[in-house]
Design a protein around this ligand. Structure first.
Ligand code: ATP
Ligand code: MG
Length: 222
């Protein structure tokens, strides 16, 4: 395949896929299959040579960084976590905040855990999270001593079972926290999804990529 042929876009199923569709549409691209009903991992589009690959949210930066995809859409949570894990940056061109899949990264505890007092007293706090790098940096900046426990999902369960005092997780409406009787005690950062582009592809496929990035930019500010 020559360098100028084809464009591969990496997306994760769910929120990011759904909220990227209108942006693709603005760029004249229609995805021809629905990932919720299709079992395919490579989805064709109406544009010859443009395809969508479905990967785990946390795998999007990896696909784009190593050229498995030319571009992708990834949350700031995932991008920041992986940049910290790789010592600061990951050679991904990030031309656009797409302003989709918006939420925030927060600290939450059981309602009967006095977080403010624990911080004030300099207590050691047990924190469960999928985002250990972001959590490590956040608590280090605050001068709070933490024991971090790495989890891969269902973070809300950790304070309820006594596994941890607190969690660091994404919150949008707060509904999941409320349903599990947890309270948001601190906001760490605002999250939205960004467009990420492979550096080599940006040069080699500039003629295809540039109009696409511009169409996305137009649709975001519209
Ligand atoms: P993986 O499938 O890789 O384990 P996941 O299932 O935890 O990831 P999702 O919940 O599908 O990931 O979220 C994917 C992305 O969507 C996150 O990285 C984040 O940027 C965004 N996101 C997650 N939760 C919310 C939320 N409550 N509101 C808005 N955006 C969210
Ligand atoms: Mg998922």
């Amino acid at each position: 395949m020559s360098a100028n042929q084809g464009l591969t876009l990496a997306l994760s199923k769910g929120r990011i896929f759904e909220e990227t569709l209108p942006l693709l549409r603005a760029a004249g691209i229609e995805v021809l299959e629905d990932p919720e009903t299709s079992r395919k991992l490579i989805l064709p589009t109406n544009r010859e040579g443009v395809r969508v690959v479905l990967v785990r949210a946390s795998d999007v930066p990896t696909y784009v960084q190593y050229g498995g995809a030319d571009l992708g859409v990834a949350g700031r949570d995932v991008l920041h976590e992986q940049a910290l894990a790789q010592g600061g940056s990951h050679g991904l061109y990030q031309p656009l905040d797409l302003n989709i899949a918006r939420c925030r990264m927060s600290v939450a505890t059981r309602a009967d855990f006095d977080y403010v007092a624990a911080v004030k007293q300099g207590s050691r706090i047990r924190v469960a999270t999928k985002y250990t790098e972001i959590a490590r940096q956040h608590f280090a900046d605050k001068g709070v001593h933490v024991d971090l426990i790495k989890l891969y999902g269902s973070m809300e369960l950790a304070p309820l079972t006594g596994l941890a005092d607190a969690i660091v997780d994404l919150v949008s409406t707060g509904g999941t926290l409320r349903a599990n009787k947890l309270v948001e005690v601190e906001q760490i950062m605002d999250i939205s999804s960004r467009l990420v582009v492979n550096q080599a592809a940006l040069k080699l496929k500039r003629d295809t990529l540039r109009p696409l990035i511009d169409a996305f930019a137009g649709a975001v500010s519209a």
